[in-house]
Write a protein that binds this ligand. Structure first.
Ligand code: RP5
Length: 161
Protein backbone atom coordinates (compact mmCIF):
# COMPACT_ATOMS: atom_id res chain seq x y z
CA UNK A 1 0.00 0.00 0.00
CA UNK A 2 2.97 2.36 0.48
CA UNK A 3 3.18 5.81 1.99
CA UNK A 4 0.09 7.13 3.76
CA UNK A 5 -1.47 9.91 1.70
CA UNK A 6 -4.97 10.04 3.21
CA UNK A 7 -5.86 11.11 6.71
CA UNK A 8 -9.30 10.29 8.06
CA UNK A 9 -10.06 12.48 11.05
CA UNK A 10 -13.21 12.83 13.12
CA UNK A 11 -14.43 14.78 16.09
CA UNK A 12 -15.44 11.82 18.21
CA UNK A 13 -15.44 8.07 18.51
CA UNK A 14 -19.19 8.33 17.83
CA UNK A 15 -18.39 9.54 14.29
CA UNK A 16 -16.48 6.37 13.42
CA UNK A 17 -19.40 4.32 12.00
CA UNK A 18 -19.91 7.05 9.39
CA UNK A 19 -16.22 7.62 8.75
CA UNK A 20 -15.64 3.88 8.49
CA UNK A 21 -17.60 4.08 5.23
CA UNK A 22 -14.71 6.10 3.82
CA UNK A 23 -12.18 3.68 5.27
CA UNK A 24 -14.03 0.71 3.75
CA UNK A 25 -13.89 2.26 0.28
CA UNK A 26 -10.18 3.00 0.65
CA UNK A 27 -9.61 -0.58 1.80
CA UNK A 28 -11.46 -1.87 -1.27
CA UNK A 29 -9.35 0.30 -3.55
CA UNK A 30 -6.04 -0.53 -1.87
CA UNK A 31 -5.38 3.00 -0.62
CA UNK A 32 -3.57 3.28 2.70
CA UNK A 33 -4.77 5.79 5.26
CA UNK A 34 -4.48 6.77 8.89
CA UNK A 35 -7.41 7.42 11.21
CA UNK A 36 -7.44 9.79 14.15
CA UNK A 37 -9.85 11.40 16.59
CA UNK A 38 -9.15 15.12 16.35
CA UNK A 39 -11.76 17.38 17.93
CA UNK A 40 -11.90 21.10 17.19
CA UNK A 41 -13.37 21.73 20.62
CA UNK A 42 -12.07 18.97 22.87
CA UNK A 43 -8.53 18.65 21.47
CA UNK A 44 -7.75 21.92 19.66
CA UNK A 45 -3.98 21.50 20.08
CA UNK A 46 -4.19 18.11 18.37
CA UNK A 47 -6.06 19.75 15.49
CA UNK A 48 -3.41 22.44 15.18
CA UNK A 49 -0.52 19.96 15.21
CA UNK A 50 -2.23 17.72 12.66
CA UNK A 51 -2.82 20.60 10.27
CA UNK A 52 0.64 22.07 10.81
CA UNK A 53 2.43 18.82 9.92
CA UNK A 54 0.07 17.48 7.22
CA UNK A 55 2.12 18.66 4.22
CA UNK A 56 5.49 17.56 5.57
CA UNK A 57 4.08 14.16 6.50
CA UNK A 58 3.02 13.63 2.87
CA UNK A 59 -0.73 13.74 3.28
CA UNK A 60 -2.49 14.59 0.01
CA UNK A 61 -6.13 14.47 1.13
CA UNK A 62 -7.72 14.87 4.54
CA UNK A 63 -11.22 13.47 5.06
CA UNK A 64 -12.74 15.23 8.06
CA UNK A 65 -16.05 14.29 9.66
CA UNK A 66 -17.84 16.07 12.46
CA UNK A 67 -21.35 16.58 13.76
CA UNK A 68 -23.37 19.42 15.26
CA UNK A 69 -21.20 22.51 15.57
CA UNK A 70 -18.91 20.82 13.06
CA UNK A 71 -15.86 23.07 13.03
CA UNK A 72 -13.21 20.41 12.44
CA UNK A 73 -13.18 20.34 8.59
CA UNK A 74 -13.14 24.13 8.24
CA UNK A 75 -10.50 24.68 10.90
CA UNK A 76 -8.35 22.00 9.29
CA UNK A 77 -8.76 23.74 5.93
CA UNK A 78 -7.61 26.97 7.54
CA UNK A 79 -4.47 25.32 8.86
CA UNK A 80 -3.25 23.32 5.83
CA UNK A 81 -3.39 23.57 2.06
CA UNK A 82 -3.93 19.81 1.83
CA UNK A 83 -7.43 19.46 0.31
CA UNK A 84 -10.07 18.76 2.96
CA UNK A 85 -13.13 16.64 2.17
CA UNK A 86 -15.83 17.29 4.77
CA UNK A 87 -18.38 14.74 5.97
CA UNK A 88 -21.41 16.07 7.88
CA UNK A 89 -22.34 13.52 10.54
CA UNK A 90 -26.07 12.85 10.95
CA UNK A 91 -27.11 14.20 14.32
CA UNK A 92 -30.11 13.28 16.46
CA UNK A 93 -31.25 16.80 17.30
CA UNK A 94 -31.18 18.33 13.80
CA UNK A 95 -30.65 15.32 11.50
CA UNK A 96 -27.23 16.56 10.37
CA UNK A 97 -28.43 19.78 8.76
CA UNK A 98 -26.50 21.53 11.53
CA UNK A 99 -23.36 19.59 10.56
CA UNK A 100 -23.89 20.30 6.85
CA UNK A 101 -24.32 24.04 7.33
CA UNK A 102 -21.34 24.19 9.68
CA UNK A 103 -19.10 22.50 7.10
CA UNK A 104 -20.31 23.75 3.74
CA UNK A 105 -20.58 27.49 4.23
CA UNK A 106 -16.88 28.38 4.27
CA UNK A 107 -15.62 31.90 3.62
CA UNK A 108 -13.85 32.59 0.32
CA UNK A 109 -10.27 31.38 0.45
CA UNK A 110 -10.61 28.27 2.60
CA UNK A 111 -12.67 25.64 0.80
CA UNK A 112 -13.96 22.36 2.16
CA UNK A 113 -15.28 19.87 -0.41
CA UNK A 114 -18.48 18.98 1.40
CA UNK A 115 -20.17 15.60 0.98
CA UNK A 116 -23.72 14.45 1.72
CA UNK A 117 -24.93 13.99 5.29
CA UNK A 118 -24.23 10.60 6.85
CA UNK A 119 -23.06 7.29 5.46
CA UNK A 120 -23.38 8.17 1.75
CA UNK A 121 -21.19 11.18 2.44
CA UNK A 122 -18.67 9.01 4.26
CA UNK A 123 -18.42 6.57 1.36
CA UNK A 124 -18.28 9.36 -1.21
CA UNK A 125 -15.47 11.01 0.73
CA UNK A 126 -13.45 7.83 0.26
CA UNK A 127 -14.22 7.85 -3.46
CA UNK A 128 -13.36 11.54 -3.74
CA UNK A 129 -10.01 10.96 -2.04
CA UNK A 130 -9.31 8.00 -4.33
CA UNK A 131 -10.24 10.09 -7.37
CA UNK A 132 -7.82 12.82 -6.36
CA UNK A 133 -4.96 10.36 -5.80
CA UNK A 134 -5.82 8.54 -9.05
CA UNK A 135 -4.87 11.66 -11.00
CA UNK A 136 -1.25 10.70 -10.34
CA UNK A 137 -1.54 6.95 -9.90
CA UNK A 138 -2.46 4.92 -12.99
CA UNK A 139 -2.93 1.65 -11.14
CA UNK A 140 -5.31 3.24 -8.66
CA UNK A 141 -7.13 4.89 -11.57
CA UNK A 142 -7.70 1.46 -13.10
CA UNK A 143 -8.99 0.05 -9.82
CA UNK A 144 -11.33 3.02 -9.39
CA UNK A 145 -12.63 2.65 -12.96
CA UNK A 146 -13.27 -1.05 -12.31
CA UNK A 147 -15.05 -0.24 -9.04
CA UNK A 148 -17.34 2.23 -10.83
CA UNK A 149 -18.02 -0.21 -13.67
CA UNK A 150 -18.93 -2.95 -11.18
CA UNK A 151 -21.32 -0.63 -9.36
CA UNK A 152 -23.06 0.30 -12.61
CA UNK A 153 -23.29 -3.37 -13.60
CA UNK A 154 -24.94 -4.20 -10.26
CA UNK A 155 -27.92 -1.93 -10.95
CA UNK A 156 -30.94 -3.86 -12.24
CA UNK A 157 -32.63 -2.78 -15.47
CA UNK A 158 -36.08 -3.21 -13.92
CA UNK A 159 -37.41 -2.89 -10.37
CA UNK A 160 -38.42 -6.10 -8.61
CA UNK A 161 -41.79 -6.83 -7.05
C1 RP5 B 1 -18.77 16.56 17.47
O1 RP5 B 1 -19.75 16.35 18.42
C2 RP5 B 1 -18.38 15.20 16.99
O2 RP5 B 1 -17.91 15.28 15.68
C3 RP5 B 1 -19.63 14.39 17.12
O3 RP5 B 1 -20.29 14.24 15.89
C4 RP5 B 1 -20.49 15.21 18.07
C5 RP5 B 1 -20.92 14.45 19.28
O4 RP5 B 1 -19.78 13.93 19.92
P1 RP5 B 1 -19.94 12.93 21.16
O5 RP5 B 1 -20.68 13.68 22.22
O6 RP5 B 1 -20.71 11.73 20.66
O7 RP5 B 1 -18.54 12.56 21.55
O8 RP5 B 1 -17.67 17.22 17.98
Amino acid sequence: MGEIKVGIIMGSQSDWPTMKEAANILDELGVSYEKRIVSAHRTPDRLWDYGKTAVERGLQVIIAGAGGAAHLPGMMASKTRVPVVGVPIQTRALSGVDSLYSIVQMPKGFPVATMAIGSAGGANAGLMAAGILALQDDELAQRLDAWRTALSASIAQEPEG
